[in-house]
Design a protein around this ligand. Structure first.
Ligand SMILES: [Zn+2]
Length: 437
């Protein structure tokens, strides 16, 4: 088959697929502009003004998503700053549809043995991304496991449950971590807890996919997380996630209908009450819109209450928020004013243990850095956990890849595998620590 025939074939398939489910329709006419020069200050200002969506997440962004509404203004700002650029994607909706069809056909080629229905979903899917409904089917079935309790910590704006999974240390007694002397065994210890958060940014699909794998592994393997109580919220932004399946694959925020604005949504990871407002957008159209006040959103309120509750029952040793992308492990603070954070060196050391382990599994390169070195971001769950809850270790993990949120399904399993290996080492180190706070 000649290449043009292949192209037409793909295009026709794209049209057919788009009728069935079009989660690119809100990206029609969106473009990607590639800047010829790095200019972090100008890009940050465009982000704060709600005019662009920066698409590079492992350093200063030179790729920007620009909507038809903002293109004129963005061009003016870039011209004034003397920045030249090329339009590298003319229509993001069309571009993503074509790429998605190629991905889906690759998945179809493999023999798919995994299922997840309301009556049968005994493990998270690793050969494809799960819908929110499928996540709920899995969590419902997981709840019958003796070491697990699944409960709702509250509802999203559109009324969906935000689920928390508590994996209890009971049931794995007598299997203290290797090297753990009786002096530090469970009975002598203050209850130590770990908190993992996934899916707060809707488009980062790999985050809940990996977080669910972590839940499954800890639940079914007593060697992982021994000596720790683990709490996981695998999907912190269910409305936004559903929107990425129905309307806009690149949707990030929640589904708040902002009064007096044509733009919806609040960035749930800029809505926390620590350094609130700095390094976030005050404009509802901004991808990092912080909301009308700290904790204005039901999703962040629910997470806050649950974290306070967990913190009151023991020592919160580590909080990790799982995001994508960039292959980075970030530690507080993301807001510039409060650095350095308490236990900065310890966070760095434990973080190095994590990334060094992760990097060996599939030869990917993750790096550790202070969140503020990447770009200023405040009002995040990581900073709140550190600054207010005084969690000794707080991290934001940016998963694969280094260039896009739209990660192929065949990367779900290896990404989960590398993170699990890293977490195993981290959990062991946490369980062995003598002093807690
Ligand atoms: Zn994120």
């Amino acid at each position: 088959m000649s290449s043009w025939q292949q192209y037409v074939g793909v295009f026709l398939l794209a049209v057919v697929t788009s009728v069935a489910s079009d989660n690119y329709k809100e990206l029609t006419g969106n473009q990607v502009w590639k800047l010829n020069q790095e200019d972090e200050a100008t890009v940050q200002q465009l982000v704060v003004d709600g005019l662009v969506d920066p698409l590079d997440h492992s350093g200063p962004s030179t790729s920007l998503r620009v909507t038809p509404e903002t293109a004129g203004l963005v061009k003016e700002v870039l011209d004034q700053a003397g920045i030249t650029y090329q339009v590298i994607v003319q229509d993001l909706a069309r571009y993503l549809r074509v790429n998605d069809v190629i991905q889906r056909s690759q998945v179809r080629k493999e023999l798919r043995a995994q299922t997840c229905t309301s009556s049968s979903c005994t493990a998270p899917l690793t050969d494809n991304y799960m819908t929110f409904d499928q996540m709920e089917y899995y969590l419902a079935q997981l709840n019958s496991h003796p070491r697990v309790s699944v409960s709702s910590i509250g509802k999203s704006i559109e009324g969906r449950d935000i689920w928390i999974v508590h994996i209890n240390r009971s049931g794995c007694e007598g299997q203290e971590p290797i090297g753990m002397t009786p002096r530090f065994a469970y009975s002598a210890m203050k209850r130590r807890t770990v908190w993992l958060e996934g899916g707060i940014h809707a488009r980062e699909w790999i985050s809940p996919a990996v977080t669910l794998q972590i839940i499954h592994n800890i639940t079914h393997d007593c060697s992982m997380g021994r000596g720790l109580e683990v709490y996981v919220v695998p999907m912190a932004n269910p409305d936004g996630y559903v929107h990425t399946w129905t309307n806009n694959r690149l949707w990030r925020k929640n589904r708040r209908n902002n009064p007096d604005s044509s733009c919806d949504g609040v960035d749930l990871n800029r809505n926390w009450d620590f350094d609130y407002g700095v390094g976030a957008s005050p404009h509802p159209c901004g991808e990092t819109y912080r909301g009308t006040s700290a904790f204005s959103e039901p999703e962040t309120q629910a997470l806050r209450e649950a974290m306070l509750q967990v913190n009151s029952t023991g020592t919160l040793q580590m909080v990790m928020a799982v995001h994508s992308y960039g292959q980075l492990l970030l530690y507080p603070y993301g807001g510039p004013a409060s650095n350095p954070a308490p236990y900065k060196e310890k966070m760095e050391n434990l973080g190095k243990l994590f990334v060094n382990t992760v990097n060996k599994v599939h030869d990917k390169t993750y790096k550790i850095m202070n969140a503020n070195e990447l770009y200023p971001a405040s009002g995040t769950s990581q900073d709140w956990a550190k600054g207010i809850l005084k969690a000794k270790y707080a991290y934001t993990l940016e998963l694969r890849s280094k260039k896009t949120f739209v990660l192929k399904p065949d990367e779900i399993l290896p990404t989960g595998q590398e993170v699990l290996e890293g977490l195993k080492m981290v959990f062991l180190a946490l369980a062995r620590e003598k002093n807690t706070q």
